[in-house]
Ligand binder design. Structure first.
Ligand SMILES: Cc1cc2nc3c(=O)[nH]c(=O)nc-3n(C[C@H](O)[C@H](O)[C@H](O)COP(=O)(O)OP(=O)(O)OC[C@H]3O[C@@H](n4cnc5c(N)ncnc54)[C@H](O)[C@@H]3O)c2cc1C
Length: 354
């Protein structure tokens, strides 16, 4: 049985307020220096409720930010930014089949995944090294290397901004989809997620079907019977080799979702583009690799001003320095237009832009 090792932090202190014109540069991974009228760092649910009741919050538009790794901030934010800093993680129960682990919204995602493995509770290793916080993970149902967080989510606890009510969502109520959830659609700007409970099954089998991952395990001589730590290490190695580190080159990861099209459209496309990268879906439709489409349009490595398409990964748009959120959106629009013209496929933006 894993030790119930950790503490749920709670703060008796008041939330920390930052006055007018607070720079969000350190709070978004593109590194855009936009400003918020007001910002408030909340370290507990009590802080959050106090902030929402504070006269300074009255009438303000609210923006919730975790690590800022899935947003494009295009202009100053005329409202109150809630900086989610709730910490704590613990095993809340276990049964014969699974461990139930609760993590507060402000926990760093990757550190949380590493901790579950340290505590010998596998199940999240495919999602290693995704930037950001635990609280944002359900918002777009983060996914990588064949696993989505929805597969491990037991429930989400949130506070409704308008009423201050605590609401518990079971996994079904979260409305998870591909890079999507209730919190990214109808629930957007209505709830602050304060913690997430994960169900980590005790019957563990590795998910190492993705070609890059399989190759990395092979290279380590661990392809035959990898354990969760092997998968974690391989995921970290593959991601480090493929993706730019936002600390060195501003970006928000994949800028577009992989489009899903129907089988007849795919047949027409494949006849014209035999090398097209595709993944058949259970419902008969076909998922295309957006990065491949962008690459074929000649965008990999190209720039519009300081906004550029990454040289190794066409799905990632980067701030080479001096770009604004508007520059990134202009580049994204040019890419979308070219992909539509060449493939008759619509690319949908993954990060939220404001
Ligand atoms: C290099 C890189 C690689 C990435 N790789 C992946 C990947 O493999 N798979 C993947 O799915 N994503 C990936 N991403 C995207 C991103 O890391 C995830 O979406 C992550 O979950 C965002 O977390 P965050 O704390 O930074 O969220 P933020 O960017 O701060 O917020 C994102 C959205 O969630 C909302 N939000 C944040 N916290 C809360 C909360 N507590 N309650 C309610 N709403 C909230 C915000 O208002 C905003 O709308 C990558 C990003 C980068 C930079």
């Amino acid at each position: 049985m894993p030790p119930n090792a950790s503490v749920t932090a709670s703060s008796a202190a008041q939330p920390a307020w930052f006055s007018a014109s607070y720079s969000l540069r350190a709070h978004n991974t593109f590194g855009f220096d936009v400003r918020a009228r007001l910002a408030c760092h909340v370290a507990s649910e009590t802080d959050l409720l106090a902030a929402l009741r504070d006269p300074r919050a009255a009438g303000q538009r609210l923006l919730v930010l975790g690590g800022g790794s899935n947003v494009v901030l295009t202009r100053d934010f005329d409202g109150l930014v809630l900086l989610v800093g709730l910490r704590g993680r613990r095993v809340i129960r276990e049964d014969a089949a699974a461990w139930y682990v609760e993590a507060a919204a402000g926990e760093n995602w990757h550190e949380f995944v590493a901790w579950t493995l340290d505590e010998r509770m596998p199940g999240l290793e495919n999602l290693a090294l995704i930037p950001g916080t635990v609280g944002a993970a359900p918002v777009q149902n983060i996914g990588a290397y064949g696993l989505e967080m929805a597969a491990r989510c037991a429930s989400v606890r949130a506070i409704e901004l308008a009423s201050g009510d605590v609401v518990e969502f079971d996994a079904a109520a979260c409305g998870f989809g591909y890079r999507d959830s209730f919190f990214k659609r109808e629930g957007r700007e209505r709830f602050v997620i304060t913690s997430v409970t994960f169900r980590l099954p005790k019957q563990w089998t590795p998910q190492a079907g993705y070609a890059d991952l399989a190759r990395a395990l092979e290279a380590r001589g661990r392809a035959a019977a990898p354990d969760a730590r092997d998968v974690f290490d391989a995921v970290v190695a593959v991601r480090r080799a493929k993706l730019p580190d936002p600390a060195e080159l501003g970006n928000a990861g994949s800028f577009f979702k992989n489009p899903v099209i129907d089988a007849s459209q795919f047949a027409t496309l494949q006849a014209r583009e035999p090398g097209i990268v595709s993944y058949p879906q259970e419902d008969g439709r076909v998922k295309l690799a957006a990065g491949w489409l962008i690459d074929r349009c000649g965008w990999k490595g190209r720039a519009l001003g300081g906004a550029a398409v990454h040289e190794r990964q066409a799905l990632v748009l980067v701030n080479r320095g001096g770009a604004t959120g508007a520059d990134i959106l202009a580049l994204a629009q040019a890419i979308r237009d070219d992909v539509r013209a060449r493939f008759c496929v619509e690319l949908e933006q993954e990060p939220i832009s404001l």
